[in-house]
Design a protein around this ligand. Structure first.
Ligand code: ZN
Length: 503
């Protein structure tokens, strides 16, 4: 009964989307991006953020929460109200106490957009939730929450007692943990002009991906840190897909670490990385802030570049108990959803699932399949991680000493499959086309962003909305061939061919 009612509501909001879309998108969009600039004190800039999103498209938040609700039900079997509750009980107190300015900005966004604060919190911890959820029992099977979460505790204990069920559930949540390809290079030995060059492409299911098309510029009030420009989403206080440049001359990005499964509920990543961007003066500041009260949520291989003076780049492979930090003035770092650090790969990532178990569990396959052992496919070119590592390393050598933003664009659009030994745009390739192979789930690469020292110094970057190679994804055409996904259609939008824009 409840489910039926909710489905109808979601369908209604999806219909509203179709009616209002054209008018809303022609005014504020360039190349598919929604650009907003906010400035001033935390609450004031939050209100401005909320109002500008509503002005750009007054149905955007409604569609976004309907989409999140659908994804939550597909991945967890629980609806969005359950996750709002987790935000209120667990994340609200931490953010309010530890990050009062960020919390004020969130309150402002809620006020400006007519939302509840827990909705804005949910947007910002969306990527932390899969990590938290795997360890949920530790936090709800407690004297304070045992009664409130009695049903959930019952279900989770049953799942925990059944290895097959636990594997199946972990496989579903792991899908949130494999999300992108990344390159960052510096120095005469690697780049054309010796400066920093960085490029990143995000992967996701195309339902939540569609909301990551906000270019957010934040100018805090005088004396409260650096200004920043980032890819973000409606209601975001951080990037989430993670691509940004700041007025300190620092650029940053990351690739998530597949199957990472170490967690301790402390400060969420949205607040830690936001404080890095706003207050980080050096690369070392970033490394330090990321590790402080780290939760292990959204564990990533982070890459930062400092374009000032003699340029330098840093990679932080950020596990929970293990962290690997490297810096160079002449080198290249590659991101493919695993780590070079064997401790993180083999101790903190759960590689116990076979790819078959993952496929059986979801009926859809995870975004990145695993070869079956530990290391999340690091050496297995039959997996997306393995193929992308090998191919990125090959392309880095090929273009060594010549890398510039155009080269990075072409690398991120690469379609070579080392497993098949031929070019084939598929789920394994650097430019990921997850939807092109069984089980044909609408997932894949949906954007590209590139920056270099020159663009970072003027707090700018180049951005492309849609698959890196430009191949369009058209919902109607996909559904014609793959009716097994037809219930996804009302939540999806097309990714037509679009051009590059400078932000
Ligand atoms: Zn492609």
């Amino acid at each position: 009964m409840t489910t039926r009612k909710r489905s109808k509501k979601v369908a209604d909001s999806a219909r509203t989307r179709t009616r209002t879309r054209t008018r809303a998108r022609t005014r504020d969009n360039t190349g598919g991006w929604i650009r907003i600039t906010i400035r001033g004190a935390p609450y004031e800039r939050g209100v401005s953020h909320g109002k500008q999103i509503i002005a750009a498209d007054h149905t955007l938040f409604t569609r976004m929460f309907a989409a999140y609700d659908f994804i939550f039900r597909q991945s967890y079997g629980r609806d969005i109200d359950f996750f709002y509750g987790l935000c209120d009980d667990f994340y609200r107190p931490i953010i309010k106490r530890r990050f009062p300015k960020i919390f004020r900005e969130m309150e402002g966004i809620a006020a400006g957009a007519g939302l509840e604060v827990h909705q804005v919190i949910l947007i910002n911890v969306y990527m932390s939730l899969p990590y938290f959820y795997s360890h949920l029992l530790r936090y709800i099977d407690t004297p304070k929450y045992r009664k409130k979460y009695a049903d959930v505790i019952r279900d989770e204990l049953a799942i925990a007692a059944n290895p097959a069920a636990l594997s199946a559930r972990d496989a579903r949540l792991n899908e949130f943990k494999d999300r992108c390809s990344l390159i960052m290079a510096v120095g005469k030995g690697w780049t054309k002009d010796g400066g920093i060059v960085c490029g990143h492409s995000s992967f996701s299911n195309f339902i939540d991906a569609q909301f990551c098309n906000v270019i957010l510029r934040i100018e805090p009030e005088a004396g409260d840190g650096f200004a920043m420009v980032m890819q973000s989403m409606p209601g975001g206080v951080f990037s989430m897909t993670d691509f940004f440049v700041t007025s300190a001359g620092i650029m940053g990005s990351e690739t998530t670490i597949s199957r990472f499964n170490a967690f301790r509920l402390r400060d969420p990543i949205c607040c830690r990385i936001r404080e890095c961007m706003q207050y980080g003066r050096t690369l070392e500041d970033y490394a330090e802030r990321l590790q402080k009260r780290n939760s292990g949520d959204y564990a990533c291989s982070w890459m930062f570049g400092d374009a000032r003076g003699k340029p330098r780049i840093m990679r932080v492979e950020l596990g929970l108990n293990y962290v690997n930090i490297e810096t160079t003035r002449d080198g290249i770092f590659l991101g493919f959803n695993s780590t070079y650090d064997e401790r993180i790969r083999n101790i903190e990532c759960s590689g116990a699932l076979s790819s078959q178990a993952a496929t059986n569990a979801t009926g859809s396959g995870v975004i990145d399949g695993d070869g079956g052992g530990g290391g999340s496919g690091f050496r297995d070119i039959a997996t997306s991680i393995g193929n992308r590592r090998v191919q990125l390393e090959k392309l880095a050598e090929k273009y060594r000493g010549r890398i510039d933003t155009d080269v990075v664009k072409s690398i991120l659009a690469d379609h070579y499959d080392n497993h098949l030994g031929k070019t084939a745009a598929n789920t394994r390739t650097v430019c990921k086309h997850g939807y092109a192979a069984a089980p044909f789930k609408p997932v894949g690469a949906y954007d590209t962003k590139v920056a270099d020292s020159a663009s970072a110094k003027k707090m700018s970057f180049l951005a492309h909305w849609g698959p890196p190679c430009g191949t369009p994804f058209i919902v109607r055409e996909h559904m014609k061939k793959h009716t097994e996904w037809k219930d996804w259609a009302e939540y999806l939008v097309d990714f037509p061919r679009r051009g590059w824009v400078e932000v």
